[in-house]
Design a protein around this ligand. Sequence first.
Ligand code: HEC
Length: 396
Amino acid sequence: MATAYPPETETTSTAPAAPQPWYIRFHLAQRIEHFLLILSFTTLALTGLPQKFPLSPISRGFVDLVGGVENLRIIHRAAATLFLLEAIYHVVYIAYILYVRRAKPSMLPTMTDVRNAFEAIRYNLGLSNKKPEMPRYNFTEKMEYWAVVWGLVIMAITGFMMWNPIMTTRFLPGVVVPAAKAAHGGEAILAVLAIIIWHFYHVHIRHFNKSMFTGKISRTLMEEEHALELKEIETGKTPPPPSPEEYRRRMRVFVPIAAVMSILMLVLVGCFVTGENTAVAPTDAVPPAQETPAPAETEPVATEPAATEPAAELPEDLTWAANVGQIFQDRCALCHGSSGGYSVETYADAMTEVTPGDPDGSLALRIGSSPSHPGTFDADEVELIRAWIENGAPEE
Ligand code: HEC
């Protein structure tokens, strides 16, 4: 074996390794993983940011490019699913190298990293001429790794809430849905900027580190960024691999547990993905979500046509200013405020989904009277708004 690198690979002897110009840094599987991460992350950013900034001309151009906002959302969700599957694979892989291979948990932050960070700052400011000797994953890499883990957790939780608003609001107050939306967008900007500023600077601008693509790292770069690890390799201090019997024994424990855990995690992702499609198909007259057939049947009154109610009961002065606006505020503003997407803040905003004279063609009424939507008008309000739209939806 040419190198003892990385620690989870086989070493045939503990004898000191001779200096060489290149060291293996990433296996093919790790490089494929990184490629999947680039693919899902970039797609998520490209299809997510136009939803956060829907009015920008760049967003509009991009939405047109993919053939509409519905397509944009479907692509976003496909990329999110890929990201989640990648995360499951990663968890299983980490469990494998820690339990079966008994590799050092080289991504865990330690006090040495804090010291290295201070040493690096001092060195960069010219206050010291000693570069920190850093391990296999140095502090800049660990920070990035944990930022991805943290970002994934935040994005998965808040993404779930927006993807499954009905399921979410069954357990939590309605206000968590717009809160999730704000957190999802904020974390997205943080993540994109972290990649562009932190990752691109350290890996591509400071020097072009190609090890994630070629799998190899030069000795010079090893000395500069992973001097401690280089020392361990060259003094033969990397841990030996398990013996074949030991390996088989550990695999007998690992494989069944990993299989069960993977299936559980995949089922969870399945729930995530197929739970509801309220948000992805807002114009499809909003079919009731699979889990909630009951409300759809018990509240048909909300979707009944105006004919059953005599118009005489309606107030005479039917305008946005007099009464309709207030109903929109009470029923919809919680989630449809000024933070992006459909807004009911002003008459003009609300009218983007109202077609005067055509109640059935007005999405605000159709969605607002669909029992599967997280916020709805009650039966009387539906009548009132229907009549208002038929009268041409006047403002005053
Ligand atoms: C508890 C939160 C909540 C409330 C309250 C709520 N909605 Fe929604 N609404 C949503 C979510 C979530 C979506 C999906 C939007 C998305 O995917 O960005 C949505 C989508 C819509 C859409 C499709 C346009 C768009 O931006 O996607 C319309 C129209 C709409 N709602 C109308 C209403 C009306 C009218 C009311 C008041 C009766 C209302 N909503 C109340 C959460 C809510």
